[in-house]
Design a protein around this ligand. Sequence first.
Ligand code: ATP
Length: 351
Amino acid sequence: MTSDIHLHINKVSKRFGTVDALRDVDLKIERGSFVCLLGPSGCGKTTLLRIIAGFEAATKGSLILDGQDISNQPPHKRGFGMVFQSLALFPHMSVARNIGYGLKLRGVKGAAQRDRVEELLNVIQLPHIADRPVSALSGGQRQRVAIARALAIQPPLFLLDEPLSALDAQLRDNMQIELRQLQQKFGVTTVLVTHDQHEAMMLADELVVLKDGAIRQSAPPSQIYNNPADSFVADFLGAANLIEVGAMKGGAIDLFGTPVKSSPPHRDGEQMLAAVRAEHIGLSTVGKDDKAGVGAISFMRDLGAATEFVVTIDGKDLRVRRTSAQVQGLNVGSKVGLTFDPSMVSLFKAP
Ligand code: ATP
C-alpha cells in the first residue's frame, strides 16, 4: 500500500520563554488514521495540538496539509473539528441546534442543514432527544453531541484534547469504542491527546509517545508495547519490569539464569537494563537442585481472569501476571522458578 500523507508536522519546535515545549517534532500523519499523542504531564501534547489547530504558532518548522503550507493560516480558515475536555456546548440550546451550529456559521442553511443534523443524530443514536436542551443530558450524551457537532462540518482534521477524561471509568470505556467507530465511519484523520495509556492503546492506529517535548517513539500500539524504543517508553506503556542486569558479555546478558542476546548497537561491557512485561514471565515449580531463577512469591491477588504476583528474587520484586489456569497450587511464600522467553525481553543501555 502506498502511503498517503495528509498532514506533515515538519520539524516543529516551540519555545515559551526559556521552556522548550516542543523539540524538532517531525510526524507524518496518514489520511484517515487515528493518531494518539501520549505522554506525561508537561511533555508538550497540548502545545502540539494547539499548533495543529492554529491557536499557537511554531517557533520553528511548518505544517503541511495535503502538500500546502498552512503554518500561517488562522484557525477558522483551517476549519478543523475540535473537541476539548470542556466540550464548550451551548447548554440552553437544543441538541439539534448545537450540532447545526458550525454548519450555520458556514452558511449551510435550510434543508441541507436539517439533513446533515439528522444524519449526525442518527449516527450518535440520539434522534429521540434532538429537541432537548444540552443541559438536560447525561455526560456521555453530551460527549456524543460535542463529537457530532465537530464532525458535522466534515472537517479535514478532527482534533481532540483529553475529551473523555471527565467521564467515569465505565462510560469512558464505552465512549472510547464509540469514538473509534465514529472515526472509522467518517474516515476522518484524527489526532487525540491523552495521558492515559489504555485509552491510547485502544484508539490509536499510530501512537506517538512524547517526553520533554520530543518524540520518543511513533508506531502502531502493539509495536510500541512489544518493542519499546527505550526504557521510558517500556515503563510508561504498561508497567514493565525494569531490571538492572549488569554488563553485556559475549553479546548476551544473564537474566536470572536465562541468557538474552542483543545484537549491536549494544557492546560488551555496557551496563544493561532489561524490560519485561508481567504477562511475559513464566512461573514453574522448583526442583530440589534448582538454584538459578528461583524466587519466592511475596504477594498474590486473584483478578478473576488472571492472577497478579510479586515474586522476590535476588532482592528484586518482579510483577508477574498469569492466567488463572496457570497458577494451581501457588501461595504467598511458595518458591517458584522464573522463566523468560528471550524474544519478549527488551534490552536497553542503562541510563
Ligand atoms: P498536560 O498533560 O499537563 O496538559 P501537556 O503534555 O499537554 O501537559 P503542554 O501543556 O503542551 O504539556 O506544555 C508543555 C510545556 O510548555 C510545559 O512545560 C508548560 O508549562 C509549557 N507551556 C505551555 N503553554 C505555555 C504558555 N502559554 N506559556 C508558557 N509556558 C507554557
